[in-house]
Design a protein around this ligand. Sequence first.
Ligand code: CO
Length: 221
Amino acid sequence: MKVFKMTTYKQIFENNRDWVASKTGGDSDFFTKLSADQNPDYLYIGCSDSRVPANEIMGLDPGELFVHRNIANLVCATDLNVMSVINYGVRQLNVKHIIVCGHYGCGGVRAAMQPKDLGILNGWLRNIRDVYRFHKDELNAITDEMKRYDRLVELNVQEQCINVIKLASVQQEFERTGYPIVHGWVFDMKTGLLKDLDLDFEKILRGIQEIYDLTDKKSAK
Ligand code: CO
């Protein structure tokens, strides 16, 4: 029988006070310092799935990670939300690394593999169906459905990384400072481990700049 840990609404505030005590126990100025400024090196773009807590799996404290999450960790040029987060992260916070982190067992990716009208989700999941179409030959060659699903999770991360790299802010800051570098990861909920897809950021950048070069080199002074 499965045991569920149910946190009641009231309990959350007790948890919060315990957390405050744990943070101030070793450093009474913790929140004074935290409230002064943020200077995170990492921007994390991940899935909204409750089983993938960004700071926790990376072992990072408050202030160390700038976070954006949505269903299936998508980076769409028409999504003002993710575009604003990336722009702020790159232009204002000068993050050094942008991580797109997917996870095996992603419900969004699973849904996009179904030939079904999913109502309001159709438009959002279309992005994943597009990833499938780009990589149709590779995916269709995988006969084991679970393996095909896992591979689509990875390819979705890869394509969302490419979407990040297409952005003017990312290209221009990289030309100027050598950062940010874009990484693709997958979280495995069965083991708790993060897998780095080892995408070659510079190679992808140079590859797509044939078509998506927004560095404005020609007009630069
Ligand atoms: Co997910």
